[in-house]
Design a protein. Structure first.
Length: 301
């Protein structure tokens, strides 16, 4: 299957054209779309969540595996996202304002959990990458329009840019709790290596990141965690009582190995579901529907 061929139903070109016209001629339509969309409880019937992630482009991260511009086409990304959201068992989507606004205009957020991404300022490859400014959604907007928020928190003990990021994250936790907005914290212990940021995925490092993230802010009542699947995941989950969603990440192994590791981790106490982006939206065989359906079956057993 070629890069642009995705299992039907496909988003029509006329719908993409409609979004462009609406943005230019009637921008208030976005606010109306959020105000009238059908909303749901975040816990659903079984208390589990399966969220598709699409907040990568705003950080300049457009690559998938060996294709450095896989996510460059907004038309193609929207086609894959609307297909994923149409599949049974998909509870919602994580994105930046531009992407969620497009989906709202398409009506694709009806009955779904919409998660706003707060900080995308630590651009990939930038010298200031560790100073991950909050350049996306804010908590008041999430409270008015969306259902949850998410922030990325990379902790580099050798880089002073970590300090303002931690402070901003703590303020966001406090603000979210006061607004009663669930907030997913995605922490990593990170370091510079060959002029790029590398996340430490050792069990000990992930446990340390969990301890730091869990203690941020004046009120942890609405704090969630979004964590990678690593070795000895049971030790990681023993480090927190916060509700946790698993980060699917960018799978380098075979799909069977990836799904198997997710399945084992999803069975652990405290794990409430899965957040996956490029692995499912751009699978190796380009069959988005099958990849999404398989992941959904693991979450909602």
């Amino acid at each position: 299957m070629s890069h642009t061929e995705v299992t039907a139903p496909r988003l029509a070109d006329t719908e993409i054209d409609r979004i462009r016209r609406t943005r230019a001629e009637d921008p208030a339509a976005i606010e109306r779309a959020y105000a009238t969309r059908t909303r749901r409880d975040i816990h659903g019937e079984d208390g589990r969540l399966f969220i598709v992630a699409a907040d990568h482009p705003a950080r300049g991260a457009l690559g998938v595996r060996q294709n450095p511009t896989a996510m460059a086409s907004r038309t193609e990304l929207l086609r894959r996202l609307t297909l994923a959201l149409s599949r049974p068992g998909v509870d919602g989507v994580l994105g930046t304002p531009d992407i969620l606004d497009d989906l709202a205009l398409l009506g694709a957020l009806d009955g779904k959990i919409a998660v706003g991404s707060l900080n995308r300022g630590g651009l990939r490859g930038a010298v200031f990458e560790m100073d991950d400014r909050f350049t996306g959604h804010d908590i008041p907007t999430v409270g008015d329009r969306l259902d949850m928020a998410k922030l990325l928190m990379r902790i580099n003990l050798a880089d002073p840019g970590t300090a303002p990021t931690l402070e901003a994250a703590a303020n966001a936790v406090t603000t979210a709790a006061r607004a009663r907005v669930p907030l997913m914290l995605e922490p990593f212990m990170s370091r510079w290596a060959d002029d790029r940021i590398v996340n430490d995925l050792s069990t000990e490092a992930v446990i340390t990141s969990v301890a730091i993230a869990s203690g941020l802010g004046a009120d942890s009542a609405y704090s969630w965690l979004k964590l990678p699947v690593v070795d000895e995941m049971e030790r990681v989950m023993d480090a927190t009582t916060l509700p946790t969603l698993l980060l699917g990440g960018d799978a380098d192994g075979s799909p069977d190995e990836t799904f198997s590791s997710w399945q084992a981790a999803l069975a652990l106490p405290g794990v409430r579901g899965l957040v996956v982006g490029r692995t499912l939206l751009y699978p190796t065989d380009d069959d988005v529907a099958t990849a999404v359906d398989t992941a959904a079956s693991l979450v909602h057993t």
